[in-house]
Design a protein around this ligand. Structure first.
Ligand SMILES: *[C@@H]1O[C@H](CO)[C@@H](O)[C@H](O)[C@H]1NC(C)=O
Ligand SMILES: *[C@@H]1O[C@H](CO)[C@@H](O)[C@H](O)[C@H]1NC(C)=O
Ligand SMILES: *[C@@H]1O[C@H](CO)[C@@H](O)[C@H](O)[C@H]1NC(C)=O
Ligand SMILES: *[C@@H]1O[C@H](CO)[C@@H](O)[C@H](O)[C@H]1NC(C)=O
Ligand SMILES: *[C@@H]1O[C@H](CO)[C@@H](O)[C@H](O)[C@H]1NC(C)=O
Length: 948
């Protein structure tokens, strides 16, 4: 038995050393997910209270032993601490929570959650291979005033750089995995006078919660890289930069707050601590490319972020990479009030690190270079080969080249480089291996693939006897070669050997996804129905710096890459305008001047409609227009709420900050109305990306079609909304509608196109059930388990922390979903409160419960139960699937004896009132019977534990 250690060891682990147990079993995860640190809390206290006094009171009044974890204190923002409760065995989580909240000196209490950093998985060609020669190919960037870096061209950063605006005088705090400040393009030093001027390592390399961090003074990162990439996007220097690009604000300074160690896992207490320190250190902007997947604004991290923004320091946060989940997948603190949450647009160019080879066209002496990706097998040594096209003179994107045996008159291919296309295998049933075999049959050994499109530039693998080398080239290169062959020229290609490094940056135009909002970017709105994200910036396929030990440069994708670009833009705006202190004004400026993109659903574009506000917010940031806006709108966006709380009339002001009178024409630009739930189902089921759309839109009525505003004055505009309606629209599917108010003017030959995004929901958030018996049930893997099944479990083991993670993603502590009673929970929307309680049933072996009298506690709706299952209740739960595993333990550490049980789940509806029974959805499982293997001494163990 894997967990058959002695009872005393297990008890010790529960009471003190749980940290080590988990740390040892923790593996590095790359998924973005979050959960609780069991027994750990963040408390906000009145400003004159000390954490020690609070702990003493907990001990005196409740017998609770609280161990201090971290001070979370700032003069102006927050006064509190985090702590660990060790002997909560006499208290339920819920009871403890209520007891703490009821104390006079306590303003609020939150559970400590874990926050993972989404570091992505590098493709081989995302990182340059170390060059033996040390020679890298620069991009065609001239200097800082002539900026040709694609993300900068997309966002007008180039126009600000051309005016000499580089973010001078502003310092940006990066809360991330640290920075490799040794990097020459990041200044090469740390401390006063350096680019990375200050910072702090809050955690240390080995940090892995729930263990405590070991801070030190050096935020250096050589194991993760994420923060170094972010740093380059903000402030990479042109000098000593092997690829000739700069950050958005190369004139700004950086401060590095390292909040994740090498295991890329942290907690909300560490994030709050880092944000407070970044604020207290006097930084001008905080950039953090991380979040916690819950769609509410009022959790602890969100609250602290909102207060920092309100205190005059813009907080810029990545929206998240959960686009596949569709609507209502906002994260925090990106969705918190006053915080700038940033979604991602695909870069207009697709950068890729390639190896350089050369070729000569017959009849000329001219050597040209070309870039390729080495495949498998790689060329064994440098070869000079003449090109032979298996694709005839054809340059269409796909073909069936060498898919059938080659004709008899085919020359011997042994000294040729065979040029061919990647087949559409699904359609033609021809695979690269077939092509390899047909080529090998003619003596061919070397193949050069022309990839199908600029965005599918990938290496190829051919496992065929006789094939000795494979490369891939871009479509434009294949076309160039075919063109030369068609003209009757010989093409002699030199392919370098395996030691040649892929250090040349090739930039291909992305005509497919480039410039559209990325399908990976997380959708709002949040559960307060605030339009989220706020806006977008290029985040897909971004070249930036990376720690020197990990390659020095890397191309990465995610809202993590979009967030720092916006932080850099804010420094530029700060320099142009003189101040960023009015964060509300700055947010209004960047929203109003953003450029909404047309809707691309991942496959197709819809030129007549813009992408929904829930995906792109105000649209892609336009740095120059924001910095030099002549018009200021009084709102950044409008939330129309749901039908029950409909806010259909809004008045906003248009301020003319220019020096000439201007006339503003008001208009409406629509976006698709989308269903949150799947149409045509018997019961509510959440839809995923791209959510189904319906042809119905809001109508807008303005009190005037245009307003003329003298220089230096402002005018009010009132807009009245009529939500989408009509026979086509099914309000029970929770349609989310949105669009843009356009405010256009022309003066001094300068066009202004301002937008105000709006968003609302038809129907009632409160009417949507969160849990349904049809989709949340006692499960045998994915299907309902039979009633009264007997489960034989390992004896409850208090050392094994209750299962708290997403079973799909986290292999740690996952019980067998076929052998352990488990309640599969598939919430239709997120919930502020998810309870799972255990109910004891009468059964022959349990005389004590003949009358159900053991069920002395109450579920949130007052039903009798034994108490919460270990790991519950949970606060701020996303709509993602989860499983509540019955492992014989209650939340208070009680070991449940052999017997019959049910689990009962209660979830509070969005906009629900916890005091109203009808605002909770309650489902209960069929009964199940639990027995224990070998009946170890578990009960005695817990009894001992509760005495401590
Ligand atoms: C930068 O490049 C532009 C255009 O090539 C040129 O006009 C300008 O003088 C250059 N500036 C510096 C500082 O080299
Ligand atoms: C910037 O440089 C590019 C090529 O390096 C050139 O085509 C362009 O004209 C330059 N722009 C300016 C404003 O000098
Ligand atoms: C090729 O190069 C040789 C020697 O470098 C030179 O004599 C000859 O004229 C060149 N031919 C062409 C077509 O450029
Ligand atoms: C390609 O080859 C076909 C058949 O050999 C010929 O008819 C056609 O004109 C060629 N096209 C070009 C562009 O050379
Ligand atoms: C692919 O990229 C190349 C190089 O940037 C460009 O010339 C070509 O037009 C692009 N092709 C498409 C279809 O966008």
């Amino acid at each position: 038995m894997k967990f058959a250690s002695t009872a005393s060891t297990l008890c010790a682990a529960l009471l003190g050393a749980a940290t080590n147990v988990v740390a040892q079993q923790q593996q590095q995860q790359h998924e973005d997910q979050s959960d609780w640190v069991p027994g750990a809390y963040i408390v906000e206290l009145g400003s004159s209270e000390s954490p020690d006094g609070f702990y003493a009171e907990l001990a005196r009044d409740h017998g609770i032993k609280a161990e201090h974890r971290m001070h979370l204190a700032s003069s102006a923002l927050f006064h509190g601490a985090s702590f660990q409760v060790h002997n909560a065995s006499s208290h339920d989580h819920a009871d403890l929570f209520a007891a703490m909240k009821a104390k006079d000196q306590v303003k609020a209490v939150w559970p400590v959650r874990t926050v993972r950093l989404d570091v992505g998985t590098p493709a081989p060609h995302d990182i340059p291979l170390p060059a033996s020669s040390g020679v890298h190919q620069r991009r065609g960037v001239a200097n800082e005033t002539n900026d040709t870096f694609s993300p900068h061209l997309m966002t007008q950063i180039d126009k600000l750089h051309a005016k000499g605006i580089t973010g001078k005088g502003f310092r940006i705090a990066i809360v991330d995995s640290g920075i490799d400040w040794h990097h020459p393009a990041l200044g090469g030093c740390f401390g006063p006078g350096c680019l990375v001027e200050t910072g702090w390592d809050l955690v240390g390399d080995d940090y892995n919660p729930p263990g405590l961090p070991k801070p030190d003074a050096d935020p250096y990162d050589n194991c993760v890289g994420h923060g170094t990439h972010v740093a380059g996007t903000i402030a990479a220097q042109l000098q000593n930069n092997e690829y000739g690009f700069t950050g958005a604000a190369p004139g700004a300074k950086l401060a590095a707050y390292r909040a994740w160690g090498c295991a890329t896992k942290a907690t909300t207490e560490v994030m709050i601590s880092a944000f407070i320190k970044a604020f207290e250190d006097g930084n001008d902007i905080i950039s953090c490319s991380a979040g916690d997947l819950n769609g509410w604004s009022d959790d602890a991290w969100g609250l602290v972020s909102s207060r920092i923004a309100a205190a005059g320091v813009p907080v810029v946060i990545a929206a998240g990479n959960d686009g596949g989940s569709g609507l209502f997948q906002a994260s925090t603190p990106a969705g918190a009030r006053g915080v700038t949450g940033v979604g991602a647009v695909q870069n207009a160019v697709f950068p890729v690190f390639v190896t350089s080879g050369s070729y000569v066209l017959g009849g000329t002496n001219e050597t040209s270079s070309y870039g390729f990706l080495a495949g498998t097998p790689a060329f064994p040594k440098e070869m000079k080969l003449s090109l032979w096209a298996a694709m005839g003179n054809d340059t269409a994107p796909t073909g069936e080249d060498a898919c059938s045996p080659l004709p008899d008159d085919t020359p011997s291919l042994s000294d040729k480089l065979v040029l061919l296309r990647i087949p559409d295998s699904r359609k033609t049933r021809c695979y690269p291996i077939d092509q390899g075999e047909n080529i090998a049959a003619k003596g061919g050994k070397y193949m050069a693939y022309v990839v199908q499109s600029n965005v599918t530039f990938e290496e190829q693998y051919i496992y065929v006897d006789g094939i000795k080398g494979v490369i891939s080239v871009a479509p434009f290169q294949g076309a160039r070669w075919i063109d030369a062959l068609n003209k009757g020229m010989d093409v002699t290609v030199t392919v370098p050997g395996p030691d040649a490094a892929a250090t040349t940056l090739m930039e291909l135009k992305d005509g497919i996804t480039g410039g559209y909002t990325g399908d990976f970017t997380s959708w709002g709105p949040n559960y307060d129905l605030l339009p989220r994200p706020q806006l977008t910036a290029p985040g897909g396929k971004i070249l930036s710096t990376y720690p020197l030990p990990l390659g020095g440069y890397r191309i990465m994708t995610g809202t993590s890459m979009a967030c720092p670009l916006v932080a850099g833009v804010l420094a530029l705006i700060g320099e142009a305008r003189g101040s960023l202190k009015d964060t509300n004004l700055i947010n209004r400026l960047i929203s109003a001047t953003a450029e909404p993109k047309i809707w691309f659903d991942g496959v197709k574009t819809y030129p007549d409609t813009l992408a929904p506000v829930a995906q792109q917010g105000a649209g892609m940031i336009q740095a120059y227009d924001a910095a030099f806006a002549k018009t200021i709108l009084s709102v950044a966006s409008l939330s129309l709420n749901d039908t029950e709380h409909f806010a259909g009339q809004h008045t906003f002001s248009v301020e003319n900050a220019g020096d000439r009178e201007a006339t503003y024409v008001l208009g409406h630009m629509k976006t698709p109305t989308m269903y949150t739930l799947m149409p045509g189902r018997d019961s509510p089921i959440k839809a995923a990306y791209p959510n189904p759309t319906v042809d119905a839109w809001a109508e807008l009525h303005f009190d005037a079609d245009s307003v003329t505003v003298p220089a230096g004055s402002s005018a009010d505009v009132t807009v009245t909304f009529t939500p989408p309606a009509g026979a086509k629209l099914n309000a029970t599917l929770l349609p989310v509608y949105s669009g843009y108010i356009s405010v256009n003017s022309t003066r001094d030959d300068h066009d202004e196109h301002l937008v105000i995004p709006y968003l609302g929901v038809v129907g009632s958030m409160r009417s949507v059930p969160i849990l349904l018996a049809s989709s949340s049930y006692l499960a045998d893997f994915g299907s309902p388990a039979a009633a009264n099944r007997t489960y034989t479990l390992a004896p409850p083991d208090p050392a094994r922390l209750p299962y708290l993670n997403d079973p799909k993603k986290d292999p740690i502590h996952i019980p067998d979903a076929g052998k352990t009673p488990n309640l599969l929970l598939q919430p239709v929307l997120g919930t502020r409160a998810m309870h799972v309680d255990v109910v004891a049933l009468d059964d022959a072996d349990d005389k004590a419960n003949k009358d159900g009298s053991r069920n002395q506690k109450k579920t949130p709706t007052g039903r009798p139960c034994l108490g919460p299952l270990a790991g519950y209740p949970k606060a701020y739960v996303s709509k993602n699937e989860q499983r509540a595993f019955f492992q014989g333990l209650l939340a208070n550490g009680t070991v449940l004896p052999t017997g019959a049980y049910r689990m009962m789940a209660s979830a509070l509806r969005v906009f629900g009132d916890a005091a109203r029974e009808e605002d909770w959805d309650v489902i209960e499982t069929v009964p199940f019977i639990v027995k224990y293997e070998g009946a170890a001494n578990a009960t005695a163990c817990v009894k001992d534990a509760s005495n401590l």
